[in-house]
Design a protein around this ligand. Structure first.
Ligand code: ZN
Length: 187
């Protein structure tokens, strides 16, 4: 089991261009396993490769994002994902992100989303949902374009988030990551 370091805002690595996975090699399978370990250990709903310092277009989601999912539901793996469609109107929901520890902000997004991707076996999978799944799909997909939740809020909230992150770095850099909250968070 390997828990990877999370790249935290405003680290410019969160804005780097990502690239498609050409072949699902042992290295990619290992990366996916490590991302899943990291997600569970930080009690996050998901994590994107760019958040662990890798630029492959990959993200993973906790199986609890599936309606009715529980601790025994396997995680979902999305390699080279495409955002196929969003809809069912807009909803404002509080989001968190592993790259913004301790920051929770209301973000407006389409309620529903559908993503097509490859799983670790190279099979094409389509996943769609609203509620937590719809949120998590869009939040993680955004990471692969360097788009962060701070980009989706107004100027005042942007300043608040920047101040909180400055304070977080002042207090935590070089120290252990903060304890996870008990409820799963979008990450
Ligand atoms: Zn995030």
């Amino acid at each position: 089991m390997a828990v990877l370091d999370i790249v935290k805002f405003p680290d410019p690595r969160l804005r780097e261009p990502t690239f498609e996975v050409a072949e699902i090699t042992d290295d990619i399978r290992q990366l996916v396993r490590d991302m899943i370990d990291t997600m569970y250990s930080l009690n996050a709903a998901g994590v994107a490769a760019i958040q662990v310092g890798r630029l492959e277009r990959i993200f993973v989601l906790d199986g609890k994002c599936i309606p009715g999912g529980d601790d025994n539901t396997p995680p979902l793996v999305f390699i080279n994902p495409e955002l196929v469609e969003t809809g069912k109107g807009l909803a404002v929901v509080e989001e968190g992100c592993l790259s913004f520890p301790g920051v929770f902000v209301e973000v407006k997004r389409p309620r529903w989303a559908k993503v097509r991707a490859k799983n670790v076996d190279g099979q094409t999978v389509e996943v769609d949902g609203d509620a937590l799944m719809g949120r998590a799909l869009q939040h993680e997909f955004d990471h692969l374009s360097g788009r962060l939740m701070i980009d989706l809020v107004g100027a005042l909230k942007k300043e608040m988030i920047k101040r909180k992150m400055n304070r977080w770095h002042a207090e935590h850099d070089g120290a252990a990551p903060p304890p996870a909250r008990s409820a799963p968070e979008i990450a």
